[in-house]
Structures are given as C-alpha cells and as structure tokens.
Ligand binder design. Structure first.
Ligand SMILES: [Zn+2]
Length: 289
C-alpha cells in the first residue's frame, strides 16, 4: 500500500461529479486518498480522457498532468482539439452537407463539450515522449507514441509483466482516426508496434481488462484492413465517387456525413494513395493497378 500506484482516471463522462466522488470514496477505502495523487498521465487529449484532470484541479487536487508533446495544444484549447477531428476535410468534399454538418458540430459543442463530457482546459507537462518511463509501485511503464486516434496518443507498456495501458488505440472501440492525428497510416503503424510486444494483459480505456491482448490487437488490425479492402473492392466494381465510397465505408447512408467516418475515410484514401493502390482526380477515385 505504501508505494506509488497507477490510477485510471479515464471516462469521467456524464456523471463526472458522481464518478469523481465514487473514485474518491474507493481510493479512501484503499487508503490512497486523492490528496496523495502524485501526477496524472494522459493517454490522449480527448475530453473523456483528459478532462477529469481539469475537474480534479477544480476540486483542489492539483498535480502535474503529463502528456505527449503533440497532445499539449489540444489539452489547452477546445478549438485546437475540435480542429484535430478534421471536419473541414469532409466539408470540402461534400459541400452539400455543409449546413447539416454545421448543425452537428454545434450540437457536439453544446451537448458534449459543454454538457455530456465537458472540456476542461488543462495545462499539461509534455514529458511523455517516446521511451519515457514512469514508475508506479513495483511497475515500470514505458511510453510508446502511437499516433492515429488522437494527436499525441500514447500507450504505456510494462514489459516485465506484459501489461499494456492501451488508451483508445486498442480494445472494443470503433478504431476511429483522423488524418491530423496520424490517420489510417499512423493507426496501422501503431498497431504493428503493439503486435511486436509480448503482451499478457490489456487495460483499455473503454471496456474491461483483457487477458487476450494479442487477439484484440489482431482484431483491430483486421478491422482497419477490412475497411480498406471494402474501398478497394468498391473501386474495382465501379464505385468511384467520394460520396458513394463514404456511404459504403460508413454502412449507414443516413448518417450525417461528417463524423467520425469522413475523417476515417480520408485517412484510408490517403494511405491507399501513398501505397500506390489508388489515385484521385477531383473527388473521383480509381484503382491504380
Ligand atoms: Zn479518444
């Protein structure tokens, strides 16, 4: 009990206050009051992962908040965070959606960032660079920079016990990414890095811990590659317009064409183009070979 422990503060979300009260009570029960919290490590600057740090500060619990240098600007400023979702790419592709997309963005700001999962600006210390180590009790965690999902996304690897704190990179989530966060190229490269690790336990941000991390890594990789294969198959069968590809990748034509599928499609198209698989001329795509 006396050493330093790792505490997962992800997922503050809607019942933030109640959850913080519950977190406080649980830590008290363990003899680890919040007042003994030494620092907060942020996997990435999305509101459901970072804002608890600001909320704690508002409650008087002020400790260093550590993140990757690429995440720091998003932690400080909501507009910078929103810009990292790359809505502008979808709006440039789909001018007819401009009005509806603007409404979605407004709703997002009103109900998510101001209500459901409030944005709380945080002044982080950008120390979680690739290879940085953090000791918590008997564990030494190594920081691995894993771009794709969010600017400055990192995971923490404990090599001796094969443990991984995976943030949103791996687990049961949609695997959404945006080009300015690293896109499909960055995401797949990050997944490849995890494939090379000897993992026994995954602690994801969303969902329960898993003692089958390798299977989850493989499933995520397959999900990303399957999405690209659907794009290639569609191009091979004559689909070529961006809007049609969008509907195909999205799988739900009624979904507002903005988020998160448009940034994801953009990322996959960029990756396929960089691999020489496709080329584009003014929103029309074709197989290159
Ligand atoms: Zn996230």
């Amino acid at each position: 009990m006396g050493g330093r422990r790792h505490l997962d503060l992800d997922r503050p979300r809607r019942r933030r206050r109640r959850e913080l009260a519950r977190t406080r009570a649980e830590l008290d029960r363990l003899g680890l009051p919040l007042e003994r919290l030494g620092r907060i490590l942020v996997t990435h600057p999305h509101v459901d992962h970072l804002s608890a740090a600001g909320a704690l500060a508002l409650q008087g619990v002020r400790v260093p908040v550590l993140c990757h240098p690429d995440a720091a600007a998003c932690a400080r400023d909501l507009d910078t965070l929103v810009a990292s979702f790359d809505f502008h790419l979808a709006l440039a592709r789909l001018p007819a959606e401009r009005e509806r997309s603007a409404a979605v963005l407004e709703r997002m700001r009103a109900f998510i960032f101001a209500g459901h999962a409030p944005f709380v600006a945080t002044e982080p210390e950008p120390l979680l660079v690739e290879g940085a180590t953090v000791a918590t009790g008997p564990f030494t965690w190594t920081c691995i920079h894993t771009p794709g999902h969010a600017p400055g996304h990192v995971v923490f690897h404990e090599a001796r016990h094969g443990m991984l704190i995976g943030g949103d990179l791996i687990g049961t989530s949609v695997a959404w990414h945006s080009p300015s966060s690293g896109g499909a190229h960055g995401y797949l490269a990050s997944v490849e890095r995890l494939r090379a690790l000897d993992l026994a336990l995954l602690l994801p941000s969303h969902g329960p811990p898993s003692d089958e991390p390798r299977a989850l890594v493989e499933r995520m990789r397959k999900r990303l590659l399957d999405r690209e294969q659907r794009i290639l198959d569609a191009l091979a069968s004559g689909t070529s317009r961006y809007a049609d590809l969008y509907d195909l990748v999205n799988g739900d034509p009624d979904h507002v064409r903005l988020f998160p599928f448009a940034p994801m499609l953009e990322g996959h198209l960029a990756r396929l183009a960089s691999l020489g698989e496709i080329h584009e001329s003014e929103n029309v795509f074709e197989r290159a070979r």
